[in-house]
Ligand binder design. Structure first.
Ligand code: BTN
Length: 276
């Protein structure tokens, strides 16, 4: 267990996301933020959250780290997580069984992050289905939602906040809020905003207000209205992304032999054929 609210302070820095900094920026003891598990360095906050969830930690427990040494992205990719240059956090949720679908929770979280980033930095990010946060086509963040199988869902959020440059393999593909805005990002304020927006939207989602949240997702989307390529059952398909459904699936219109059919994508990855 890292440094919680009552724990030992791990070398707080000027710009840290320690519990003390978050409380100073106004983090309440609501559902998200009631229990904070803070690490100077951790393998992956999602892995740590999974461990805590297995140990019975309550809904709303948040794992935060200044650095991840084995940060994970979707499809087994690594998530670049340099110390103090990003937000790396995971939230334990325990939704009722019928709300366990991770796809919908990923979209709800995307809306929360867009709104938090806009509020804190003035930057409007775009949502690329299912889990990417983009700025002018370059990746600023991503969401990794995982079902533990034991009654919990882990929502992992990674945001590039402060990087001035990226390793060669990410150059041109990734950017940060600092590069986008030209201003230093107050990471603690951003974390507080993310948790507050997510808490409100998650409550709305559980209260039956998913439709309104999905409308916000559509407004922030950079995918809808674009031609995309996807792999479905080992086959490459191309089509127009026309909408998402109530489950968070993407609806593609595909033209085949003069006819148009609708293909539903439940998960996976798409390539946008025109830049976002
Ligand atoms: C993606 O776009 O592929 C998802 C990236 C998710 C990264 C975050 S950082 C915090 C949490 N811990 C992890 O190991 N991954 C997620």
């Amino acid at each position: 267990m890292g440094s919680g609210d009552q724990g030992i302070n791990i070398a707080p820095e000027l710009d840290d996301i320690s519990p003390r900094s978050l409380r100073r920026r106004g983090l309440r003891y609501g559902v998200l933020g009631r229990v904070l598990d803070y690490h100077a360095s951790v393998g992956s906050t999602n892995n740590q959250a999974r461990l805590l969830a297995g140990g019975g930690y309550p809904e709303g427990t948040v794992v935060l780290a200044e650095e991840q040494t084995s940060g994970r992205g979707r499809q087994g990719r690594a998530w670049h997580s340099p110390r103090g240059e990003g937000v790396f956090l995971s939230v334990i949720l325990r939704p009722p069984v019928d709300a366990m679908e991770v796809a919908r929770l990923t979209l709800v979280t995307g809306v929360a992050v867009v709104e938090a980033a806009q509020e804190t930095t003035g930057i409007r990010l775009g949502l690329k289905w299912p889990n990417d946060l983009l700025y002018h086509g370059a990746k600023v963040g991503g969401i990794l939602t995982e079902n533990t199988g034991g009654g919990a869902v882990i929502v992992g959020i990674g945001i590039n906040t402060s990087q001035a440059e990226f390793p060669p393999e990410l150059a041109g593909k990734a950017t940060s809020l600092y590069l986008a805005s030209g201003r230093r990002v107050d990471r603690a304020a951003l974390v507080v905003a993310v948790l507050q927006h997510l808490e409100a939207l998650y409550a709305a989602f559980l209260g039956g207000a998913l439709a309104g949240i999905l409308d916000d997702w559509r407004r922030y989307s950079v995918t809808l209205g674009q031609r995309v390529r996807a792999v479905v059952n080992d086959e490459v398909v191309e089509g127009l992304a026309v909408d998402i459904d109530d489950h968070g699936a993407l609806l593609l219109e595909i033209e085949e032999e003069g006819a148009v059919r609708t293909q539903r994508l439940w998960a996976g990855e798409i390539t946008m054929l025109r830049p976002a």
